[in-house]
Design a protein around this ligand. Sequence first.
Ligand code: FAD
Length: 293
Amino acid sequence: MKIIDLIKEGKPSISFEVFPPKKDSGFSSIEKAIREIADLKPGFMSVTYGAGGGTDKYTLDIAEEIERDFGVPTIAHVTCVSSTKETVLERIRDLKEGGIQNVMALRGDLTEEIKGNLDNRELVHAVQLVRLLRQSQGDFCIGGACYPEVHPESPNQKTDLKYIKEKVDAGCDFLTTQMFFDNNLLYNFLYKLREIGVTVPVIPGIMPITKGNQVDRAIRLSGSHMPQRFKALVDKFGDDPDAMKQAGIAYATDQIIDLFANGINYVHVYTMNDPSVAKGIKDNLSAIIGKDF
Ligand code: FAD
């Protein structure tokens, strides 16, 4: 099923992101966690590509397994900056043959090696991957990434918004956001997107911070602003794993309920492959998800 059609159903729903294992030895424990998350029957699941420490090699296998064994629609992430055009075209063929209908088209992060050699790269922006996917006749539903607090490499928000529009005009059916901890930033961002004519659905990405030591990494990777309310929570509970987990799930739930209450129907949850976090969030929303309001 295409994600754009799920979004159009218009009922409050959540989706979960998982990442593939790093190397063969870690496969079975991660596969078990991913299966437990799929068994919670989210609206859909995204499987990252080489992100979060996982390797690219399992993305397609895991996406196929989730659809086949759990009937949960999936979106396979693909990045392009570290690959040649030929490799990316091969990957697109594999996705088509694997029956994947949804693809998240991403550039990927720039390693020092890639940065030093950017001029020789064939694909340097996600928009090029979106165009390749559209030309491939795979009839994919395509997602793209966006950043309510501006992509870290962008000189300013106006420039970032211009390139988001270019990506959507090239063929993205919807956008998913980077994590954020203050919903007002999202509402402000949505307003600006609509103002420049970007009208595709935007799925907010919510990251439940359930461990004190996740905070620094999350800020470093996303550049997200931490509201005082969130800082106070980490200060108070960060050293107590059980308390921090409960507080982090509650904070993320609160963000999601506020998003639903303000007219957003789909929210993507970055689960970090932790079934108990995914379950905690889903249980907290049990009387809301799937209903007509
Ligand atoms: P782009 O859209 O190419 O944007 C990157 C930067 O270039 C931005 O600053 C943008 O303003 C600028 N730009 C865009 N187009 C142009 C242009 N034509 N000319 C000049 N500048 C331009 N990483 C992974 O490795 N694997 C994953 O699975 C993964 N999943 C993700 C999922 C989500 C929802 C998000 C938000 C991020 C994900 N990432 C993943 C991280 C992502 O790869 C990085 O954030 C990366 O730095 C940017 O990717 P992008 O697709 O947004 O790139």
